[in-house]
Every structure is written in C-alpha cells, then in structure tokens.
Write a new protein. Sequence first.
Length: 351
Amino acid sequence: MLKPSEISLIMTPTILQADDTKVSSSISSVDPNILQNMDPEFISFYEEVLAKSKPTHEVPIEEVRANPSKYAAVWAYDSKDEPRIQNYDIESKDGALVPIRCYYPDPAKFGLGPYSVHINFHGGGFVFGSFHADAKFCMTLRDRLSLVVVDVNYRHCPETIMGKNIEDAWAVLSWVRDSSGKLNIIKSSVSLGGISAGGYLSCILQHLARDDNVPLKLVIPAVPPVTDCCSYKKLEDSPYESFRRYSRAPLLNWARLSYFQQYAFPDDKVNEIRSLWPEWWLAPIKAPNFTNLCDTFLITAEIDPLRDEGEDYGKKLVAAGNKVTFRRFVIPRSSSSFYAHDRLPTKGKRL
C-alpha cells in the first residue's frame, strides 16, 4: 500500500487509435471523438459480443424483470450447481431477507481454514443484478486467493426504495462477522468490494464500519458513483468534466444513467428518499469524516463518465491521511465485464 501522502495513478500503456473504416453502425451512438481513441480490440469485442443483445436501458423494466435470462449480460453465469457454495438468507433492518451466496476455497489446495473473507456487491445501477452477474469473478477470487467470497444480492429499485440497499449491505457485513464460526472465516480479516453501484455501497460501508468500530482489511471500489449522479436531470448537474466528456461513451453513458434515474430516483420519490437517509448515503463523497478509514484500492476507467468523481473520492481519502492505491485502466468501463470474466479482450483479462 502507498504512504498516506502519496497517490499512485498507474496508467496502462497508451492505446492505439481505431481505424474508423472498421467501425460498423451498431457502435455509431458512441461519440466519434471517443471512438477514435478506443482500443480496436475492444471495438471488435463490442461489435461481436456486447452489441448482439439490446441494452437493458432500451427495454421497459417490466420486460427485463419478466425475462431475466433474455437480457442477462454475456458474462452472466449460474453457479448454483458449482461445488463448495452455500446459500443463506440474511435479515435486513426492516425484516426483509437478503440472499447471499458463499464461495469456498478448495481445502485440498488451500487447507481447511479458517479463511479470510471478501464481500462482493454487484453493479447494475441499483436496478439490475443477481448472483449470475459476478459469479465468475467470485469464483476467480476464491480459487486464486484462498478467500471465502460472499456475493450479496441486495434489493433493487424501483421495487424497493433507494437506500434500503445500504441497510441490506450493512446487515450482511454484520451477519458475516457474527457468523465467523459457522462460515469458517477469520472475523478480523474482512474486505469489501464491488463494481459501479456495488462500489458505491462499499464506499458507504467503509465509513459505517469505521463509525461502528468494525475493522476492515481493505475496500475495493471499482468505477464507483460517489455522487448522487443517478438523480441528475441534465449533464450540467455534475461538476465533473468526465461526466460530460464521456456522456456518449459505450456501456455507461447519459442515456443509461437517465434510465437508472427513472427507477432509483423517480420524481415522485426523490423528496422521500432525501428525507429518509443522511445526505452522504446518497453521495458518499459528501461523508462528513474521511479520517481513520481502512485501506482502499480504487479502480477507475479512462473512458467513463464517473471517472473523475471516483478519483476525487480517492483524493479525499488520501488528504485525510488514509492509505490508497489508485489504478486507472485505459479501457472503457463495463458493468461486471470490467474485470475477471473469460470473454473480455486480452487487455481486460489482465486486469
């Protein structure tokens, strides 16, 4: 880890410019100024894999809910029949049950434990997500690092009001620590992480854990939204340049963020949401105290509207004396495909 006074912004090598003549119409919605700086390998991956299915933000949510497998991401995987998994339902603050799936290392390879534990929160704009989303990533962590990985299927909007997902996440963290014997884990060796919306939840739990004297080894937020960007009505509502510069980026863009806004911060619920929770629960960058937080490994992506706010959050951590490692990857962000799934282009597989 870095010293508190240091920021290491580790950049991957500069990517090559794409040949515009090889870009087909299905990627035409991307800003040409962005497209010319995108990795040709990623463009091929986008065309050949990601563009084969309609983006969920172009589909009525009722249709997605009724046909989840039809709109599942290409990296989604049903792990229910995999060996060494255990499923539990955890009671949230309001009594709702939150499903979790625990992935266990191979004892023949890593011993009988107890093991360190990592809690994962999937992305999906607070609207989408399931155990399928990050299954391969969770299995990769388990198999490479000898961790018990706990994947959390927290509640989604609009079926549940924004903010309940935070209570779900906190309930799981508390239960995991209280159940260390049952789970065969080391109570004092807990890390958290997630991508996008899952990174946001991880940032909030980082502060809640400090406030409740819950020790964490590490928090790993990847491309996290740390403002209440899903409530924005126009691009200019964001103070960050990357939000406007990459408003027509692939994968996450203004159209997709606006879709999430409809369901996470609907007009008829915004006032209620803001009255229910502390302001910083909706925008963790506004947390009142950044001191004495656990170590952080913060991941951002070059071509991502949320890049600048994520890095700004990291700088606030450093300014408050915390240990932070930054890494910005020069590839476009993607929900769970950003790291650790077997259909990524070569550069993505190395993340």
